[in-house]
Design a protein around this ligand. Structure first.
Ligand SMILES: [Zn+2]
Length: 51
C-alpha cells in the first residue's frame, strides 16, 4: 500500500502517527494541524492494518 513519510496531528487529543495515504484517520487531519515525523508516538492501528 502507498506509504508516505510519517506524520501526525499536533492536536492534543491525538496520540498516534500515520504513514499510509489511504488512512482515513490520517487524511482527516487538517493541513494546519499536520506535522511531519512520528512525534514519538505509536503507529496508527489503521495504518498498520493497511500494510
Ligand atoms: Zn493512520
Amino acid at each position: 500500500m502507498p506509504k508516505v513519510p510519517a506524520f501526525h496531528s499536533k492536536k492534543p487529543n491525538t496520540d498516534v502517527y500515520h504513514d499510509n495515504d489511504k488512512c482515513t484517520e490520517g487524511n482527516n487531519i487538517e493541513p494546519e494541524n499536520r506535522v511531519s515525523g512520528t512525534g514519538g508516538r505509536p503507529r496508527c492501528h489503521r495504518c498498520r492494518s493497511l500494510d
